[in-house]
Design a protein around this ligand. Structure first.
Ligand code: TYM
Length: 345
């Protein structure tokens, strides 16, 4: 088995999907379909690292799947599935828990942020989360992983785990006539003008599902009125927009809105500032409302249609899981041989 180029990425089914998820990740998922074989996963095992209401979790898994499809991911040409239907993710994660070092996990900033001050009360799953993420990617021996900026550190850990596994088991990998780089180090693809979309209420904070204020984010299923209200209420500063990109430095809210506009329109920030520079925010915001409604409106509508047909959405996930499992099982069989476990042949 030799490693071929393959894309893997995942999105958690927790709360509403927002513009950050869309511009930082999903837009790139769609583009990469033309270049690679892609596997896109609704990572429900990750979601339960913090408490999820079961009925709400089920709804959220279907919603993320619907967002993938509505945004243009083709589940027939590529693989779309939910993580818990392929047991090999959890199986490989256990092996990786025994490869990763406590010191590595202790450095993860996302754990520190999510666990907050009450660390003693965080789940063990939340702490071990990056091992599972490495397993998600490496069980398919995926080579490219499109993500937003906030996942960079987790990707680096996945690379460290891949490398340590290859080194620790080098003799056994050789003895089984397998590729010495058994797990290829996955390459993060953090691209585009919106790799870190910020809150509409505070340009220094990431746009996030867990922000208590719904005005901090644009949700993919927001209607035109909600989008317009949120953009118009978005925090700005009293200065007019600058004529050049340099003028956005130290103006996080202005920089964020221009970045969002650039990502949605496919234009550069410099080009936009050439048009809107020197003008008031109200003008720019009106134009951004029109653009956001034009781009996100059809996605929201398609998501609503799909929400009315859960049987179809579930069938996509079952079909995707069946195809994902074939690849994952092959990797896991080799891993068992490499580690020295006995298995049925
Ligand atoms: P999650 O579910 O938090 O986010 C999904 C994707 O959206 C990106 N993202 C953002 N991008 C730009 N600006 C933002 N404000 C913003 N917020 C979120 C994230 O970077 C991500 O790409 N651990 C992952 C899920 C995961 C995964 C994986 C990803 C599990 N296994 C394997 C890649 C490969 C997560 O919690 O993403």
């Amino acid at each position: 088995m030799t490693a071929t180029e393959r894309v893997f990425s995942g999105v958690q089914p927790t709360g509403n999907l927002h513009l950050g998820n869309y511009l930082g990740a999903i837009v790139n998922f769609v583009k990469l379909q033309n270049v690679y074989n892609c596997i896109y996963c609704v990572v429900d095992l990750h979601a339960i690292t913090v408490w999820q209401d079961p009925a709400e979790l089920t709804r959220s898994i279907r919603e993320v799947t619907a967002a993938f499809i509505a945004s243009g991911i083709d589940p027939k040409k590529h693989i779309v599935f939910n993580q818990s239907q392929v047991a090999e993710h959890a199986e490989l994660a256990w092996v990786f828990n025994c490869v990763a070092r406590l010191g590595w996990l202790n450095r993860m900033t996302q754990f520190k942020e999510k666990a907050g001050k009450d660390r003693e009360n965080a789940s063990v799953g939340l702490y071990a989360y990056p091992s599972l993420m490495a397993a998600d990617i490496l069980v398919y021996r995926a080579t490219h992983v499109p993500v937003g900026e906030d996942q960079k550190q987790h990707l680096e850990l996945s690379r460290d785990i891949a490398q340590k596994f290859n080194n620790d088991f080098a003799d056994s990998i050789k003895a089984h006539n397998l590729d010495p780089v058994f797990f290829p180090p996955p390459e993060p693809l953090i691209t585009g003008p919106a790799t870190r979309v910020m809150s509409l209420r505070d340009g220094t904070k990431k746009m996030s599902k867990s922000d208590p204020s719904d005005y901090s984010r644009i949700n993919l299923n927001d209607d035109a009125d909600a989008i317009a209200q949120k953009v118009r209420k978005a925090k700005t500063d009293p200065e007019p927009l600058p004529g050049e990109e340099k003028g956005l430095e130290h103006r996080p809210e202005a920089d964020n809105l221009v970045g969002i506009y650039a990502a949605l329109s496919g234009r550069t920030k410099a080009d936009l500032l050439g048009e809107f520079g020197g003008g008031q925010f109200s003008n720019f915001k009106n134009s951004l409302v029109d653009l956001a409604v034009e781009k996100l409106g059809p996605i929201g509508m398609e998501m609503k249609k799909l929400a009315a047909d859960p049987a179809y959405v579930d069938s996509v996930l079952i079909d995707g899981s069946n195809r994902a499992r074939v690849i994952a099982a092959e990797t896991m069989s080799s891993v068992k041989d490499i580690v020295g476990f006995i298995r049925k042949r």
